[in-house]
Ligand binder design. Structure first.
Ligand code: TYD
Length: 209
């Protein structure tokens, strides 16, 4: 595939993904190329419908059903939004991708992480980002940030600390397994410092093209 650059941002709830994603988008916009800022779950019309189910449905969703819903969102998003943009040579900046499923549905919901990953790879015909930024944070610190933000919790945010601790460990294991793709940053640093480290990594990726 002729391609632009595909960047994903990952991390636990309260790790500052949205802040960093916005800062990175603003910086990328100054460089010239077209930047598509998108997210999972969501990122397409069908995806927004699925997002509403997985984040706001009241009541139980069976773990495998939840994993399939995220995978369905991903399949449609990659096929109709991400892949076409990359083929046009654009930069795709995406909040969350398949690593979220391995961490949240795999470790969090205790499904088999390899199966969850394989499901997403099947859904997307093997699409993997060029760079994945992992904002790593102690879930107890992240919880304080979420409490301070005073917004209602979605289904995943409402999970207990043990859940979020398993999510964090799974993320770190994923990053250790693919050091070429991942950059792991300490999300307790000041936002400006984190943004600087992300830019350095993206500059290196752009220089390689
Ligand atoms: P996010 O969009 O980061 O939430 P917010 O907009 O409230 O900051 O992510 C929504 C939630 O979805 C988050 O708690 C993690 C969860 N999630 C999964 O469990 N599996 C997945 O595959 C994805 C993409 C997200």
């Amino acid at each position: 595939m002729t391609r632009g650059l595909w960047i994903t941002i990952e991390g636990g709830d309260g790790s500052g993904k949205s802040t960093q994603s916005a800062l990175l988008q603003a910086w990328l916009a100054t460089l010239g190329p077209t930047v598509l800022h998108t997210r999972e779950p969501g990122g397409s019309e069908v995806g927004e419908l699925i997002r509403n189910i997985v984040l706001h449905h009241r009541g139980h969703i069976a773990p495998r059903a939840e994993a399939l819903l995220y995978a369905a969102d991903r399949a449609h998003h990659v096929a109709t939004v991400v892949r076409p943009a990359l083929e046009r040579g654009e930069i795709v900046l995406q909040d969350r991708y398949l690593d979220s499923s391995v961490a949240y549905q795999g470790a969090g919901r205790v499904l088999d992480g390899t199966e969850v990953r394989d499901l997403s790879l099947w859904a997307t015909e093997g699409a993997l980002p060029d760079v994945t930024v992992l904002l790593d944070i102690d879930p107890a610190v992240a919880r304080l940030r979420l409490d301070a933000a005073d917004k209602p919790f979605d289904r995943l945010e409402a999970e207990k600390l043990e859940f979020h601790t398993r999510v964090r460990e799974a993320y770190l294991a994923l990053a250790a397994a693919e050091p070429e793709r991942f950059v792991v940053l300490d999300a307790e640093q000041p936002a400006g410092e984190i943004a600087h480290q992300i830019r350095a990594r993206i500059e290196a990726a752009l220089a390689r093209d």
